[in-house]
Design a protein around this ligand. Sequence first.
Ligand code: MG
Length: 384
Amino acid sequence: MTVRVAIAGSTGSIGTQTIEVIRAENDRAPGSYAVTALSAGSSVDLVLAQIDELRPDVVAIADEDARREVAARTTGVTIVADSADVIDVADVIVNGVVGFAGLAVTVGTLRAGKRLALANKESLIAAGPVVQPLRTTPGAELVPVDSEHCALHQCLRSSSAPDREVARLLLTASGGPFRGRTEDDLAAVTVESALAHPTWAMGPKITVDSSTLMNKGLEVIEAHELYGTPYEDIDVVVHPQSVVHSMVEFSDGSTIAQLSMPTMHLPIGYALGYPDRIATPFGRIDWTTLGSLDFEPPDRSTFRCLDLAYAAGRIGGTAPAWLSAANEVAVEGFLSGKVRWNAIADVCVEVLERHDGAIPSDVDDVIEADQIARRIAERIVEQQ
Ligand code: MG
C-alpha cells in the first residue's frame, strides 16, 4: 500500500531530507510512498523542481508573488495559500516548517486524526496546552522528527509500562560550536561561527539555538509535552560526538540508549515508517572508526538558555510560548546583526520577566501570547 505524504516546509532542511528518504525507499520498493502535497514559503525555483519530480496534487505557497509565479508555471497542480490545506490529501504529514508558523499544520493534522511527523518543535512547545487534547483524536498520532525525541520514542518502546518504569529521560546535547568556551570568550562571536555546527547539518535558526543550548532547553519542554515526564526527571548530558541521541533510565537502574551517526534522515524515516522500520540504513555506525564516546555535564552558567527553558516549562501556561517567541525574535536579531550572541539570553530573560501568567485555552490564545511576547522582544532588540 502506498503511503501518501504531505511535506510542509518542503524547501527547508527537513523537507529536502524527507524527499531524499522517500526517493531512497521508493528506489528499493517502488510505490512505497507518494508525495501528494507540498507547502513552501517563497523558494520558487526549488518548489518548481520538487513539483516536477514528485507530481503532488496540492501545493501551498505562503508568499503571494511566489504563489502566482508557481501557478503560472505549472499545470495539473492545485496551488493554494494555506499550508493547512495539504493535510486532506495525505496519510502522514511531515511538519518541517520553521518556527511558530508551523502551528496550523500541527493543530490541523491532529484534528484530522492523521499521523503528524513533527519536526516543528515550536508548535508543541508554544501550544502544549492546546495541542495535548488533540492527540486523543481517533487516528491522530504524533511521531517526533527530532533526533533526541525519536531516540526516546525508540527507547520507551522497550517498556510495557512507561508510566511506572521510567526513572528519567536523558537528552544528549552536542554542546554546539562553543562548547568549552567561557562567557568572556563568547562576547564577540560572529554569525558564521555560530552557524558552524560540529556534528549536525541543520537550518540557521536551529543551528543558532544549538549554539546557545536554547535548542536543548526547548527539547526538554518538548520531551515533557511528548512523554508527560516531570521536569525533575528530565536531564541533559553533553555528548560531543552526537552518536548517542538520547537515553531512558528505568526503575531498575537499566539505561537504554539509541545510537546512530548524526543524520536527520533516520528520524524522518522512523516517523514515515512507524511502527515498521524503513529498509534504507541511514546513519550506520562503523565501529572500527567510531573511537570514543564522551559525556559531560552542561555548562549552565555560560549557556543560560538551558535553565531559562526549564523555568518557562515549570511556569507552564503561555510561558513556553513567550520564551519561544522571544528566542525567535532574538535569533533573527542576531542573524541580521542587531543582537550580540551573548544578548540572546538577555532578551529571553527580560521577556520572561514580563510574562502575564496567562493559560491558553485555544489556538487564538496561543497566537495572541506569541504576538505579545514578540512585540516585547522586538522593543528590547531595538534597544540593543
Ligand atoms: Mg534535536
